[in-house]
Ligand binder design. Structure first.
Ligand code: ZN
Length: 126
């Protein structure tokens, strides 16, 4: 017998995901918890605080204002892109820290090219 899998109407998590349930709209517990956690955050205030911090360092470095490590994963890639947007590509130095997964290394190199930033690679041996 094949178990029929349903998916969250919002994030597509499957019904066989651990401890998942769906509400009347078909949205999952993970989506509801995300909304509860992040709805309370004042994102505009946080952005203003970030810009205040960035302003403190902008133009103070000899060449770069910020060094951003990234692995090619989505979290660090978004941070790198946001810093380039806020500071400009010439003020951001990328530090590629690949975890050894070729797809991530390729993605990190693509991101560096796309953002137009200078970078160097740090190889970490476990
Ligand atoms: Zn969901």
């Amino acid at each position: 017998m094949v178990e029929e899998i349903t998916r969250c109407t919002r994030c597509i998590l499957p019904s066989n995901y651990p401890n998942i349930d769906f509400d009347e709209k078909g949205e999952c517990r993970v989506c509801r918890e995300f909304d509860e956690k992040y709805a309370k955050i004042d994102w505009k205030a946080r952005e203003a605080k970030l810009h205040k911090i960035l302003k403190r360092y902008r133009g103070k470095g000899e060449k770069y204002d910020v060094m951003v490590p990234f692995s090619g994963g989505k979290d660090s890639s978004v941070v790198a892109a946001l810093l380039v947007e806020a500071l400009g590509k010439d003020r951001v130095l990328g530090v590629l820290m690949p975890k050894g997964i070729q797809d991530d290394i390729d993605m990190a190199k693509l991101l560096v090219d796309h953002l137009g930033i200078k970078s160097f690679t740090v190889n970490i041996k476990a």
